[in-house]
Design a protein around this ligand. Structure first.
Ligand code: TYD
Length: 142
């Protein structure tokens, strides 16, 4: 698949299964079933100070699902041509982010927890950390 096929219209909120009981709710995620990739890594952001921004990068090949496990925050996605802002505040919703999407996370509520399911282990070489390099890559000018 060429990089240009990874555009913003592939990124979407996925509603995950939710088992509602008087004892409480339960949500689960199965790789390659509820989300279009195998899960190789889980990481989470917590104790994010008010006003802080996270993200500010894109990935070359990584697929991710971003979930607000608690509280809320915003995710700005940008494929180099179009931008879209999502507000995440439900632990049964995940935002699927395909490769080659610049993302910025902000507006974290107090006590919020952002969990990310990722298709691969951490590799710094998979990042574009400069917006200019990311834009160049989307124009085929690696
Ligand atoms: P980064 O991806 O820049 O965080 P964010 O997108 O949330 O702002 O990562 C922050 C630091 O943590 C950076 O030094 C790399 C390190 N890190 C790991 O070692 N392993 C991981 O799985 C992740 C996501 C980050």
């Amino acid at each position: 698949m060429s990089e240009s096929t990874f555009t913003l219209d592939r990124c979407k909120i996925i509603e995950l299964p939710k088992i509602t009981e008087p004892r409480g709710n339960l949500t689960f995620v199965e790789g390659n079933n509820h989300i279009p990739f195998d899960i190789k890594r889980v990481y989470y952001l917590y104790d994010v100070p008010g006003g802080a921004e996270r993200g500010g990068h894109a990935h070359k090949a990584l697929h991710q699902l971003i979930i607000a496990m608690s509280g809320s925050f915003d995710v700005l996605l940008d494929d180099g041509y179009t931008q879209r802002r999502f507000h995440l505040n439900r632990s049964y919703n995940g935002l699927y982010v395909c490769p080659m999407i610049w993302r910025e996370l902000d507006n974290f509520s107090s006590g919020s927890v952002c969990m990310v399911l990722a298709s691969n282990i951490y590799e710094e070489s998979d990042y574009y950390r400069e917006y200019g390099s990311f834009i160049q890559a989307t124009r085929g000018e690696k």
